[in-house]
Every structure is written in structure tokens, then in C-alpha cells.
Write a protein that binds this ligand. Sequence first.
Ligand code: SDX
Length: 428
Amino acid sequence: MAETAQLIIDGNTYEVPIITGSEGEKALDISKLRAQTGHITLDIGYKNTGSTQSAITFLDGEKGILRYRGYPIEQLAEQSEFLEVAYLLIYGALPAKKEYEEFKNAVTIHTLVHEDTQKIFDGFPSNSHPMGVLSSLVSSLTAFYPRSIDPGRTPQEVNRTIVRLLAKIPTIAAWAYKGEMGHPVNYPNNELDYCSNFLHMLFSLPTEKYEVDPVVADALNKLLILHADHEQNCSTSTVRIVGSSHTSLYTAVAAGINALWGPLHGGANQAVIEMLEAIRNDGGDIQKYVKKAQDKDDPFRLMGFGHRVYKNFDPRAKIIKKAADDVLAKLGVDDPCLDIAKELEEIALRDQYFVDRNLYPNVDFYSGIIYRAMGIPTEMFTVMFALGRLPGWIAQWKEMRENQEPIGRPRQVYIGETERDYVSIDKR
Ligand code: SDX
């Protein structure tokens, strides 16, 4: 017997189906609500609204659980490689050895971008934020690969489109960084693995050979895995709704990059470091900033703290915090911002305001500390987040298209003027 809820409106009783997810989550299926009752629901910010049913990522905000296709994030971060996690998210299963070698090879042979890409780069002012460059260049892939514009052609076309994006985004991201630094770009070196190749393109210089430090490559691999997907967050929901109009994967992901850029979302990792530096430069008075964050008249928020879903520790923050200690120790980096971050966390987690609101460090709180220790500049932090999140965006877009979901088109409650007649300007 299907489980239902009862809705009573104007004395009429309506049966609303209840659906249950594989982890026991419950949802009211209101897909027929308006047709049956003439009512819609209102949920600004979609805090209580599911937009889809997905088999990709499960998270439990109360218990601090995060799994990709059923595999705990803790195990993947410790034992897997980023491209293997990308394969898992996109295709639904861990690849067999041969499958994984073929996938890695397919990505490797597509790392080069069309040489005309340089002309687009040259058009950007040198002080362009790399996130704006990244979203523009990802969109421009439709110009170089016009068959990607109709993404539903054949499974082979879809996979080629996916592999090209996974392969080229590190090149584009590294070139955006080089553009900002005023350095010549580096071409991909297909002898290197995914993370090492990105580091090579980021840091090699004509004047000195860059040797990839395995500590840095390992830290990057872990960070990219931890950012790879996070169910229906702001940028992923953007990719799904933009993709639902049957635009290309590239333009849908470019939209996701722009959504991620915001300081309330992926842009928070840059904002955290700027906040920690501001606290340090202001004499390190942490209590002052913890109080500022609670003042409703003060726009200051504790960046890297709080989360729409996690009302417990963000499991990724736990892993990143430990990785920060390990990486800085191995690299011999002493960053006062790490000490400030730890003290800030300790004070905030004892403060009633944060306790009452279940505000904990999120994925962005410590990640910038590691990026900085790796030599990555602050403005590139959200680009690093986008690099990690790309397989998740791709997997979610692919699932939405394969499930033939309808174009996303929310309703509204109109609260504007009721009908009135036009008045000519000389009579107003
Ligand atoms: C990411 O959704 C995802 O999964 C995102 C992400 C992913 O992997 O894709 O996890 C990545 O975006 C992480 C979040 C990064 N953003 C930040 O760190 C920015 C700082 N955080 C806040 O802006 C806020 O916590 C949000 C945006 C993350 C969540 O905001 P919500 O869910 O809309 O919660 P809210 O703003 O309604 O806050 C509830 C209360 C409010 O106080 P009251 O009105 O109840 O008195 O908590 C307060 C807020 O003022 N609050 C904070 C706070 N975050 C929330 N107060 C001070 N500092 C903060 N950081």
C-alpha cells in the first residue's frame, strides 16, 4: 500500500503520495498538487524542496555523512584518485583496471586546447578574475566543438563531450592563472598524471624547471576528490536547470561556474583567507570578529562557517583540517592564518550563537590554507573548487538528461499590482 499524506483544503481532503529514498528519506510528491487543488507551494531558497531524485551523492546533514555512489568520502579521499572518482560519479561504478586505463588515456589525449583559445585569452585585461575567464572559456568550447551544442546526439558524442571538458578545464584554469600573472602559458605534458599535469601548467616557467612535489600532488588529489560532488547545491542545481533546456554541457557548466563564484557558495574559500588575513592584520582579536558575525546590523559573516544542509560537522572540513596540518608540516610552511582559523573554530564552537544555529566549519574553512601552502594564489581558490566539482556537475547533468527530466520552470506567488489602466504621461 503506497504511503500517503492527507491535505485538507476548503474542507476537501487530498491524498499526497509519499516517496521514500534508498536511505529512508521521505518526500511529499506534489507533482499533481496544482492540478488537484489549484494551490502551489512556496519555499524561497528551496530549503525544504527536492528538485529531483538522484542516485549520485547521498549526504546526511545531521549525521555529517557524505557518500559518492555509496562510497564514504573518507575512504575515497584516502584511497582513490580524482579521475577514478570522476569515473565513479559520471558512470555510476568504480572502473575495472582496463576501463580506468582507457578513461585516463582518453582524458590525457584531449588536454590540449585549440590554439585560437589564446586569442580569447589575449582579449582579457591582465587583472581579470580567473573565475570569469574560466566560465567564458568553458562556454567557448561550443565554438571549437559545435557538435557539443546538441548534447543528446549519441552516447559516443556525449562521452567525447564529457572527456573533452574533464581534459581541458585544467589547461584553461592554468592558462587563466598564467594570464593573471603575466607569465607565458604552459602546454600540457601528457607524461604526467592529471594533478601533476595541472601543477606543471600552473607553475612551470621558461626560466626554471618546476619539479612536481608529490606532497602537493597528493594534497591536490585529495582536495579535488573532496569537492567532486555535493548533491543539489546552488551551482549543481544551476547546471541541472540550465541543462534542462537542452543547451550544451559546456554552457550548463559555465553557468555552474558562475553560480559557484558567489561568496556564499564556492567563493567562500577565497573570502575565508581574506577574513583570516583581516583578523591577523587587525591584531588577531578573534573574539571581536566572532561578535561581529552575530551583529545583525553588521554585514560581516564568519566565512567558511555554516551550511544549508550540514547541521553538524561538514565531513569534508574534518578531512581538510587534518590535511592542512599534514601538508604544511611536510612543506615546512608556517601559516599564521592556520592558527587563527583553529582558534576561531574553537571559540565559535563554544559560542551560544553558533551552537544554537548549528554553525560549524564547512568545506571552505580550511581548504584555502592548503591551496596557499601549495603556492596557489587566493584568487585561484574558487577555480580549484570548480576543478574539483566538475565531475559532479557532469554526472548530475548526464543523469538529468538520461532521465529525460522536463525543463525546469518554477512557479511563483504574484504580490504586485492588480490590473490597472495605462495613463498617458501628460496625465500622470
Ligand atoms: C558551500 O549547498 C552546498 O552543498 C554548498 C557546498 C558544496 O559543496 O556545494 O557545501 C559549498 O557553498 C559551502 C558554504 C560556503 N559559504 C560560506 O561559508 C559563507 C558563510 N556561510 C553563510 O553565508 C551561510 O551559512 C550559508 C549561506 C552557507 C547557509 O545559509 P542558510 O542555509 O541560508 O542559513 P541562514 O543564512 O538562514 O542562517 C541561519 C542563521 C541566521 O541567523 P538568524 O537569522 O537565525 O538569527 O545562521 C546565521 C544567519 O545569520 N548564520 C551565520 C552564518 N551562517 C549562518 N551567522 C554568522 N556567520 C555565518 N557564517
